[in-house]
Design a protein around this ligand. Structure first.
Ligand code: UDP
Length: 329
């Protein structure tokens, strides 16, 4: 029996595929390769195409014996979602509907879903718990919450069980040095800081230093991508063991400010990193930190690469050896 990974050629998807292969799982991937990279796949059988292509999904489920699905494929840029909501509803919500329909037809009853801290919006309190209010502040977060809710109804009505994993800030790269983060365009803090260290950009912009935090910059919970990958494998096994649907936060429970990230990157790289303070970015809450107690106790998840310096060092070893990302090849 194989595990189907949608969006398996993307950043978190490819690290999860690597983890599954390491554990001897058979892997089938569907990826449009619009934002994913063929080179990011360390194995598995690739179907190149879109989830909204119902014929392709039908063929994939007919040709493979799929035990469970891990669903990453989605558009994930907050800024873009606020300019083009239709793209997000179409690709994310309609794409997930097509996937769930295909699962229903094929009799596949387990799905692990890539969700996000953006489902919470401005938090009521930190650390954030899964039962806290969900009030997304952007279209991206809203579509992810809609997808979670859709899955919950497919469970109630059809018995397709799901685990939604709400990630905080994914960072770092695989220990093999073979795969890492390569978004185009890049919008995430840690890769941008490292690009500034490599002089690929003039400076790193700090989006606002007037937040109500100690140094005035936003605080986030950075989590190593391989710890996220490990949580996905645990979530599949949790569903395989017969457990019911559930939602888990994935973070370290530690907050670091934008300035702390930049200072740590200077230390890790030994390079100067020029900064330019700019206006706040729309839709950024001041502090986002996870309580991951539930994932720890229920899934037995124990993120083992928790310290910021280690996470940035891992990202740096990828970026410094692949300054053009997968484009190097
Ligand atoms: N950020 C920044 N400069 C950048 C990119 C990001 O100051 O060039 C800040 C951003 O405002 C946020 C934090 O860094 O407070 C993390 O942003 P990122 O886009 O990496 O992840 P997000 O928290 O939006 O998921």
């Amino acid at each position: 029996m194989a595990i189907l990974v949608t969006g398996g050629a993307g950043y978190i998807g490819s690290h999860t595929v690597a983890e599954l292969l390491d554990r001897g799982e058979e892997v089938v991937v569907i990826d449009s390769l619009l934002t994913g990279h063929r080179e990011a796949l360390l194995g598995g059988k690739l179907y190149e195409g879109d989830l909204r292509d119902k014929e392709l999904l039908k063929k994939l489920f007919a040709e493979n014996e799929i035990d469970a699905v891990i669903h990453f494929a989605a558009s994930s840029l907050v800024g873009e979602s606020m300019k083009d909501p239709a793209k997000y509803y179409d690709n994310n919500v309609y794409g997930t509907l097509c996937l769930l329909q295909a699962m229903q037809e094929a009799g596949v009853d387990k799905i692990v879903f890539s969700s996000t801290a953006a489902t919470y919006g401005e938090p009521e309190k930190v650390p954030i718990e899964e039962s806290d209010r969900t009030e997304p502040a952007n279209v991206y977060g809203e579509t992810k919450l809609t997808m979670e809710r859709m899955m919950s109804w497919f469970d109630k009505v059809l018995g397709i069980r799901y685990v939604a994993l709400r990630y905080f800030n994914a960072a770092g790269a695989h220990a093999s040095g073979k795969i890492g983060e390569d978004h185009r365009p890049e919008s995430h803090l840690i890769p941008l800081v490292l690009q500034a260290a490599l002089k690929q950009r003039e400076h790193i912009a700090i989006f606002g230093e007037d937040y109500p935090t100690e140094d005035g910059t936003c605080i986030r919970d950075y989590i190593h991508v391989s710890d996220l990958a490990d949580a996905h494998v645990r979530a599949v096994n949790y569903l395989r063991s017969g457990s019911g649907s559930n939602v888990f936060n994935l973070g370290n429970g530690l907050g670091f400010s934008v300035k702390q990230v930049i200072e740590t990157a200077k230390k890790v790289t030994g390079l100067d990193i020029p900064v330019a303070v700019q206006e706040r970015r729309a839709g950024d809450p001041a502090v986002l930190v996870a309580s991951s107690d539930k994932a720890r106790s229920v899934l037995g998840w124990n993120p083992s690469r928790a310290d910021l310096e280690g996470i940035i060092a891992s990202a740096w070893s990828w970026h410094s050896s692949h300054p053009q990302g997968y484009g190097d090849k």
